[in-house]
Design a protein around this ligand. Structure first.
Ligand code: PLP
Length: 372
């Protein structure tokens, strides 16, 4: 029993240190991490390049507010826009906040407009982001939600876009509902529908971004360019930072006073993000992500009890015929392998992007021992 609010069903494990893909608990027991703090520790735990810039920055300057500039933040905005469709970046502290910013942006661009989201989407827990997350159990206790959100099966989205649509907000690969890969042709027809109606297309790349799917951004593999995208999770190498990257169509929408956040884009988190980008934004590194992702997928398909496996890069899921939450728990406690279950039949794998072939094989061996 702790004094933590009971909003999570936590496992009874306390971690004290970590390095690369390995976490160490309070008794000194090592665990192989194939979850990365839910797609956050893309460079593994305590990557030396991140640790050293953060230590250096913490000792120099921690916080100044957004009434002034700090050089790492200006550089990060320049870097994110240079490496994407973006022209401006609004910084915040989490994925939900990045989506809040996106919602405000597209509503201001088309006043009183609706937002269309896909069934099974997950965009966060704050009121706007929750209103964009059409899951009964998450939404119902907190009604009334923000008005103007329309949830549809993804295939029905293109036909629903019209003159009253402010935006379609969609994950190129749905993460929390179990690595559901959106058909590129469907995303292309959503793009066309938005163009025809003057609506914005926003990709939530909070989970898929920062190399997770084997390209820096998932949209690069899909061949569809959004008008804005939201980032968080892997961006700060373990520190909390979110971002809304704004493309040409929406570049002139936000004006001074429209939005803000006290802590956002501070020098420490911005330095960390620059160090993460230095490593991840590299074609050889991203090729490694795709290669290990394929190895993991193929290995999973060979395991007893795995009915199918799917994924993009190192965002992978396996279907079993039931008991996935219990399997994830047993993987942790019996095999010291950290994974999670996104539903009764779905196991999800989000290893650090630095994972080696040996570690992929090690994880598969531990799963084999569990499933056999
Ligand atoms: N969007 C997506 C696609 C996510 O996967 C998540 C978190 O899982 C969020 C938004 C919310 O991010 P945060 O928990 O940082 O608010």
């Amino acid at each position: 029993m702790t004094a933590l609010a009971p909003t999570y069903a936590r496992y009874d494990v306390t971690f004290e240190s970590g390095s690369g893909c390995v976490l160490v608990d309070a008794d000194g027991v090592e665990y192989l991490d194939f979850l990365s703090g839910i797609a956050v520790n893309n460079l593994g735990h305590c990557h030396p390049a991140v640790v050293s810039v953060v230590q250096e920055q913490v000792a120099r300057l921690m916080h100044i507010s957004n009434l002034f500039y700090n050089a790492p933040n200006v550089e990060l905005a320049a870097r994110l826009t240079a490496r994407s469709f973006g022209e401006f970046v609004f910084f915040c502290n989490s994925g939900a906040e990045a989506n809040e910013a996106a919602i405000k942006l597209v509503r201001k661009a088309r006043p009183r407009g609706d937002l269309i989201v896909a069934h099974d989407a997950f965009h966060g827990r704050t009121y706007g982001a929750l209103s964009a997350t059409p899951q009964e159990a998450k939404q119902a206790p907190f009604a009334p939600l923000v008005p103007g959100f329309i949830a549809l099966p993804a295939q029905e989205v293109p036909a629903a876009v019209g003159a009253s649509t402010a935006a379609v907000l969609i994950e190129p690969v749905q993460g929390e509902s179990g690595v559901n890969i959106m058909d590129p042709e469907l995303l292309a027809s959503i793009r066309s529908a938005c163009d025809a109606a003057g609506a914005a297309l926003v990709f939530d790349e909070v989970q898929t971004g920062m190399g997770r799917t084997g390209s820096l951004w998932a949209y690069e593999q899909v061949g569809v360019v959004p008008d804005a995208m939201t980032l968080a999770k892997g961006l700060g190498g373990g520190l909390p930072i979110g971002a809304l990257v704004i493309g040409e169509r929406l570049r002139d929408v936000f004006a001074p006073g429209d939005h803000g956040s006290t802590f956002a884009g501070g020098p420490v988190v911005s330095s960390a993000a620059l160090a993460v980008l230095d490593v991840i934004d590299d074609e050889a590194f991203l090729a490694g992500v795709r290669e290990q992702g394929e190895r993991l997928l193929e290995g999973l398909r060979e395991l007893p009890g795995v009915l199918s496996a799917r994924g993009r890069g190192l965002m992978v899921a396996a279907e079993v015929d039931g008991g996935a939450p219990e399997l994830a728990k047993r993987a942790l406690l019996e095999q010291r392998l950290i994974i999670n279950a996104t539903g009764p039949t779905t196991l999800r794998f989000l290893p650090p992007l630095i994972v080696t072939a040996e570690q992929v094989d090690d994880a598969l061996g531990r799963l084999d021992a569990l499933l056999s």
